[in-house]
Design a protein around this ligand. Structure first.
Ligand SMILES: [Zn+2]
Ligand SMILES: [Zn+2]
Ligand SMILES: [Zn+2]
Length: 180
């Protein structure tokens, strides 16, 4: 059996490197900072690409970012209805599609729910740690090792990967320690 070692050059190719350390969603932090940062990045990215961040799209993004727990389309509809809006489901889905296209949010297939992207604006597959205790989801920030491992497996199988999200279920540290 041979074990292929991962060369530094291969590891460095591709993959997103976060510009600044991101907060862990499961750590105590000022979440209003997450929300304001997400909204200002969205405004900048949309302004740069000429996409229209309408008030509804912006509000949907803000609601998705209400916490680090993914929200379903019907949760969003309920919330908007409580605020006195009554958008039809297709309107919400169009807003969500827009946010997905702009890479501002991710859809978690296993939960059929949406999560704000922690490093929006660059094309990346989403790799997620989903806590089945408290529902918090962390998007893995440094994905270089994972991308390398997945590339090895898919290339060995002669498989052309087109969609590469990874949703890992388990328990976050606070839940494991009985703090959540
Ligand atoms: Zn936060
Ligand atoms: Zn992301
Ligand atoms: Zn948890």
């Amino acid at each position: 059996m041979t074990i292929r070692t991962i060369t530094p050059a291969a590891t460095a190719s591709g993959g997103h490197v976060p510009a600044a350390p991101l907060v862990r969603p499961t750590q105590a932090h000022d979440h209003s900072q997450c929300i304001s940062q997400a909204l200002s990045s969205a405004e900048q990215l949309c302004a740069a690409s000429g996409a229209r961040l309408t008030p509804l799209r912006r509000r949907v993004l803000e609601l998705v970012w209400a916490s680090h727990k993914p929200l379903g389309a019907y949760d969003l509809l309920d919330q908007l209805a409580r605020e006195g809006h009554k958008p039809a489901p297709p309107t919400i889905y169009r807003a969500l599609d827009f946010l997905l296209e702009q890479r501002l949010i991710h859809r978690l297939a296993s939960l059929n729910a949406y999560l704000g992207c922690s490093h929006p604006g660059d094309a990346h597959a989403g790799y997620f740690l989903i806590c089945q205790g408290c529902g918090t989801v962390e998007e893995i920030a440094d994905t270089r090792g994972l991308q390398q491992a997945i590339a090895q497996v898919t290339e060995a199988a002669g498989f052309l990967m087109e969609q590469g999200a990874l949703e890992l279920g388990g328990r976050c540290l606070p839940c494991r320690e009985g703090r959540a």
